[in-house]
Write a protein that binds this ligand. Structure first.
Ligand SMILES: *Cc1c(COP(=O)(O)O)cnc(C)c1O
Length: 428
């Protein structure tokens, strides 16, 4: 029998979100300041301040405020592409037809900008220790495609990847790193902030991130030239001339001073948000320790995640049968076992929001023709296990057995207890 909402559990009156904006009051004061001084534009004190605060917090030389993290990734990839291959003619991408190695298990915003510039993402499988790009698979990928010069890597759910190993491999092969730190703002690896390990990096202030502007993002770099190019490209690429003079392709990607006001008001609360998210993670870990599940792992010796989302993964032998098609899913309930679909339904039944793990890019129909590299080489090779429909790579396995739990920093301990209780009932 499938999970049924137990009669003794009352659904929450107000929805418990996966991760929603948490405002504190200062935000509206900075927005009002923008309004009162009439800097209702993509210029103003809030923008200057958030760029300065970001450099100070992250430890990078330049931060350029943009309309979204995706815009920042686009310009980061364009900067790398121009550095490697020069400026293309209008209508052509900077990395047209070039392979780019990318994180496989991530939000599609990590990899889509590669295609905006005409590049061809080749997905690198995930490792089990931090759920990020696997250095062993990356090395394998360089063996197969030694010509590749660009690697785009994300830090999933706020957990830093194996940066020493990944960086050493990229350095060895002379490849530029673009770091997607959209989910990991404030997380550190060996005491250093994520968003500083690549040459051109990105953070996001999307509504569900650890701090938000309602929207917005930033490109981070230590290169003055790159920062200047980003400022110019993001404001339609005007040249210094008395008229609108254009020698390069431009974009309308700059952050609004109103949005920057919200970000400015949020920054003083970044550490507080991280502490709340960590407490949520610890509470789940303790509350679920008697079940055949594990929390999303991290390298406690070398890294401090920002704990943006708490996730769990069900032990292999405690998975009931679950079959996912492209758009639908079904499962067969078994005593003592469960699956992400059942748990997500159970969480939804009490008016809370969970989510499946990011479906790996190599499994997405849009990227079905793109390369995918695992520790063993070609991840799309027709092995017997592959033909039998078993998960043959780490990303697919985590997608199958894992899920994101409600991780909102306004969730109360009592509400979290209900969610923990309901997960227990799924394994009854
Ligand atoms: C949110 C996110 C982005 C995109 O940021 P936006 O500001 O929403 O454009 C990119 N990559 C990852 C991994 C993200 O989670």
């Amino acid at each position: 029998m499938a999970y049924n909402k137990a009669d003794d559990i009352k659904a929450f009156d107000r929805k418990v979100w996966l991760s929603s904006p948490t405002m504190h009051g200062e935000e509206i004061a900075y927005v009002k300041e923008a309004y009162d001084t009439n800097w209702m534009s993509t210029v103003g004190a809030n923008i200057n301040e958030v760029e300065r605060i970001t450099c100070e917090k992250i430890g990078c030389k330049y931060a350029v405020a943009l309309s979204a993290g995706t815009a920042a990734l686009h310009l980061a990839i364009k900067l790398a592409g121009q550095e490697l291959y020069g400026q293309p003619l209008p209508g052509h991408g900077t990395i047209e037809g070039k392979r780019v190695f990318a994180t496989d298990m991530t939000f599609d915003a990590t990899v889509n900008p590669i295609c905006y510039e005409g590049g061809v993402p080749v997905f690198i499988d995930t490792e089990k220790d931090t759920w990020n790009m696997d250095p062993v698979a990356l090395e394998k990928a360089f063996e197969l495609y030694p010509e590749v010069k660009l690697v785009v890597m994300a830090h999933l759910y706020g957990t830093p990847g194996k940066l020493d190993e990944l960086k050493a491999i990229c350095d060895k092969h002379g490849a530029i790193i673009v770091e997607d730190a959209a989910e990991s703002l404030g997380a550190t690896y060996k005491g250093v902030q994520t968003g500083t390990f690549g040459k051109y990096n990105c953070i996001s202030f999307n509504g569900n991130k650890i701090i938000t502007g309602s929207a917005g993002g930033m490109l981070l770099t230590d290169s003055e030239d790159a920062a200047n190019k980003t400022r110019k490209w993001s404001t339609q690429a005007r040249e210094a001339a008395p008229w609108y003079q254009h020698e390069e392709l431009g974009y309308n990607y700059r952050m609004s001073n109103v949005i920057a006001g919200v970000v400015r008001g949020q920054y003083p609360h970044l550490e507080e948000h991280i502490a709340q998210k960590r407490a949520i993670y610890e509470r789940y870990k303790e509350g679920l320790k008697d079940l055949p599940v594990k929390m999303n792992p991290y390298d406690a010796d070398n890294s401090e995640p920002n704990f943006w989302l708490s996730c769990l993964i069900i032990d292999k032998d405690a998975m009931c049968k679950q079959v996912r098609g492209e758009r639908d899913v079904c499962y067969i309930k078994e005593a003592g076992k469960s699956c992400p679909t059942e748990i997500l339904e159970a969480i939804a039944s009490v008016n809370a929001e969970g989510r499946p793990i990011w479906k790996p890019m190599h499994m997405q129909p849009i990227y079905r023709m793109n390369g995918f590299i695992t520790r063993n080489g070609n991840g799309r090779a027709m092995t017997n296990a592959y033909i039998a429909g078993e998960a043959v790579d780490v990303g697919e396995d985590i997608f199958e057995r894992g899920l994101c739990l409600p991780s909102d920093n306004k969730m109360t301990a009592e509400q979290q207890d209900v969610i923990i209780d309901i997960i227990h009932r799924c394994f009854a």
